[in-house]
Design a binder for this molecule. Structure first.
Ligand code: SAM
Length: 526
C-alpha cells in the first residue's frame, strides 16, 4: 500500500487516550443483552479505525491479552510511536498499520472479519468520502454477530458547538502554530464571556462553552473544535447512512435503553407514544436535551432484540457509588440517593431497589454476580422485616438495565481485574508504568475513569510498582527518593517542598497513596 501523505495529526500529535466506552467488555455486554451471540472479550478480533498511536487498543490488550487487535491510522508518526509502545509493552497481539480508511480494500483480504470494530472521534471530522469508506468498512469487515462503535457529532446540540467553532476558527485564521491557535481560541471566548456589560443567555452560553473547552488538552482542542471539517448530523440520518452499508442500530455505547436525565411528567407523557419506536424516541430525546455527541453501536440487520433480562444472570454487576443520605434507613419514607462518578446520581425509591443499592454500595470496590445481588438484596429486605414483592427480581432487572450508564452501573463478564485490596507486592497498570518511564502524558484510563498522575512523588511511586517490591521496600525506596530531592534542593539553594526523608508519617502516607491508586483502578491483581 502506498504511504499516505503526511497529515495534520503527524504535525500535531493527538493525545494518547483510552476510551473505556469503546472497550470490548462494554460492547459485548450491550450486544449480549440485546440477543446477539457475541464473541467473548477474552478471545475476539478487534479493529480500530483512526486508532492514533493505538493507546486504546493497548489498554484493551492489557485487559484481554488473549484477543487480537488491529489498528489503522494514516498518521505515520502515530503508528511509529504506537508500534514502539507495543514493542516495549510486549503486546504482540496488537498490529498497527499506517493506512487510509479509503484504501483499505488492498489490505482487506489479509484483514479478515472482526468481532468488534470501533471508530472513535473520526466520522464527523473527516471528508465525506472517508465517512462513506468508514461505514463501508464496517459493513464489509464486521463478523455476522459483530458490533461496530462509531462516535459522531449529533444535531441539534452540535449547532451550538458550531457557533463557537465559527468564532475560534475566524479568530485564529492567520496562525498555523498549535499553541498560538489554542491560546487565541481560549482568549477570544474569554473576551466574549467577560466583555459584555449586559450578560445575556448568549454570553452565559459562551461562558459555559469556555469552561468546557478549558478542560480539553491543547492538542485535542486543536484537532476537535478547531478542525477544518465538522460534519454533525441527526441521529436518524446517521442510522440511514449506516443502513446503506447493511448495518442496524443496536444501542448507544453508554446506555442500554433511551435515557433522559431530566424529563418533566408532561414531556414523559407526550413521549409515551414513541416508546414502541426506540429510534424515534432517541431522536426526540436529542431534541429535548440538545444532544451534541453520540456513540452509537451497530450490528447486522435483524439481530437486535428487545432486552433479554434473563441474560443478566450470566453477568456480574458493579456500581462504584457512595450514599448521599447515609443516615436514612431502608424503611424510611422517600428515596435513598447515591452518587457515582462525575456526580451521576441514582435514586432508589422502592424497597427492592433500596435494598439492592445498599448491597452494591457496600461492595463498591468489586463486582458481584448478578444472581448474588438479587439474593443479597432479598436477604437485606427480610432482615428489615420487609416482605419482597412478587415482581422483586424483575423490578431489579429493569431498574439496573435502565441505570446501566457509565459512572453508575456497569455489567461485566466476571470480577474486576483491578485489585480491591492493596496487594502485598503492588503491580501498577502496565500502561501507567510505561507512560511514566517514557515521560509520556500521564493521563490514561484503565477501569473506567480518566486518571491523571501529575505530582512527582506519585509518578515515582507508580514507577516502583512493578510487583516485585513489598510495602517495606517501597517505603525505604520512597525515603531514598525524598533524600535525593532534599539534597538537590539544598545544592540549588532552595527550600525543599517535599516531605522530609525521615518523616515518621511516611508509611501511613504510602498506605493512603496505594489505597488511592487502587481506587483509581491502577493496581492490578498480580
Ligand atoms: C480525533 S483523532 C481520534 C484518535 C482516537 N480514535 C481517539 O479517539 O483518541 C482522529 C484520528 O483519525 C485518523 N484519520 C483521519 N482520517 C483518516 C483516514 N482517512 N484514514 C485513516 N485514519 C484517519 C487521524 O490520523 C487521527 O489519528
Amino acid at each position: 500500500m502506498s504511504t499516505p501523505a503526511g497529515n495534520d495529526y503527524d504535525r500535531v500529535a493527538y493525545p494518547s487516550m483510552a476510551h473505556p466506552q469503546t472497550f470490548v467488555d462494554n460492547l459485548s455486554v450491550k450486544g449480549f443483552l440485546r440477543g446477539l451471540n457475541v464473541a467473548h472479550p477474552g478471545s475476539c478480533r478487534v479493529l480500530e479505525l483512526g486508532c492514533g498511536d493505538g493507546f486504546n487498543l493497548a489498554a484493551m490488550a492489557a485487559l484481554h491479552p488473549g484477543s487480537s487487535y488491529t489498528g489503522i491510522d494514516y498518521a505515520g508518526e502515530a503508528i511509529t510511536r504506537g508500534r514502539a509502545m507495543m514493542e516495549d509493552l510486549g503486546l504482540k497481539q496488537v498490529r498497527l498499520e499506517q493506512a487510509d480508511i479509503r484504501k483499505l480494500d488492498a489490505l482487506s483480504p489479509s484483514l479478515g472479519q472482526f468481532d468488534y470494530i470501533m471508530a472513535h472521534g473520526v466520522y464527523s471530522w473527516v471528508p465525506e468520502e472517508v465517512r462513506e469508506a468508514l461505514l463501508a468498512t464496517l459493513g464489509r469487515l464486521l463478523a455476522p454477530h459483530g458490533i461496530g462503535f462509531v462516535s459522531y457529532l449529533a444535531l441539534p446540540g452540535a449547532h451550538l458547538r458550531e457557533m463557537v467553532r465559527t468564532i475560534i476558527r475566524f479568530h485564529t485564521r492567520d496562525t498555523d502554530n498549535m499553541e498560538d491557535k489554542v491560546e487565541q481560541a481560549r482568549s477570544v471566548l474569554k473576551m466574549i464571556s467577560d466583555g459584555s456589560m449586559m450578560p445575556n443567555h448568549y454570553t452565559q452560553w459562551i461562558t459555559d462553552e469556555l469552561k468546557n473547552i478549558d478542560t480539553h488538552m491543547g492538542s485535542s482542542l486543536y484537532h476537535d473544535e478547531l478542525s477544518s471539517i465538522s460534519a454533525p448530523l441527526l441521529f436518524t440520518d446517521f442510522l440511514k447512512h449506516a443502513s446503506q452499508h447493511g448495518l442496524e442500530y443496536l444501542s448507544e455505547a453508554e446506555c442500554l435503553t433511551p435515557v433522559s436525565r431530566a424529563l418533566s411528567d408532561t414531556a414523559r407523557e407526550q413521549l409515551k407514544p414513541l416508546e414502541s419506536n426506540r429510534i424515534l424516541l432517541e431522536q426526540y430525546l436529542d431534541f429535548i436535551e440538545g444532544r451534541r455527541f453520540r456513540q452509537t453501536l451497530l450490528c447486522r440487520p435483524g439481530l437486535c432484540r428487545a432486552l433479554d433480562y434473563t441474560r443478566l444472570d450470566e453477568l456480574w454487576i458493579h456500581c462504584r457509588c457512595k450514599r448521599l443520605n447515609p443516615d436514612k434507613l431502608l424503611t424510611d419514607e422517600g428515596t435513598l440517593d447515591f452518587e457515582g462518578l462525575k456526580k451521576a446520581e441514582l435514586r432508589a425509591g422502592t424497597p427492592a431497589t433500596k435494598a439492592a443499592m445498599l448491597v452494591l454500595a457496600e461492595h463498591r470496590e468489586e463486582a458481584l454476580p448478578f444472581p448474588e445481588l438479587l439474593k443479597a438484596a432479598r436477604a437485606r429486605l427480610l432482615a428489615d422485616k420487609c416482605e419482597p414483592a412478587p415482581d422483586f427480581d424483575m423490578e431489579l432487572r429493569m431498574y439496573f438495565t435502565r441505570a446501566c450508564v457509565p459512572g453508575l452501573v456497569q455489567f461485566t463478564w466476571g470480577p474486576l481485574s483491578s485489585a480491591k485490596e492493596i496487594p502485598e507486592r503492588p503491580l501498577a497498570h502496565p500502561l501507567a508504568r510505561w507512560g511514566i518511564a517514557k515521560g509520556a502524558p500521564t493521563g490514561f484510563s484503565y477501569g473506567g475513569s480518566f486518571v491523571e498522575v501529575n505530582g512527582g512523588l506519585g509518578k515515582h511511586l507508580l514507577s516502583l510498582l512493578d510487583g516485585t517490591r513489598d510495602h517495606a521496600t517501597l517505603a525505604a525506596e520512597m525515603r531514598r527518593y525524598l533524600a535525593q530531592l532534599h539534597q538537590e534542593a539544598k545544592s540549588n539553594g532552595e527550600t525543599p517542598t517535599s516531605p522530609a526523608p525521615d518523616d515518621p508519617a511516611l508509611e501511613q502516607q504510602l498506605q493512603r497513596s496505594l489505597k488511592g491508586l487502587a481506587q483509581l483502578r491502577l493496581l492490578r491483581r498480580s
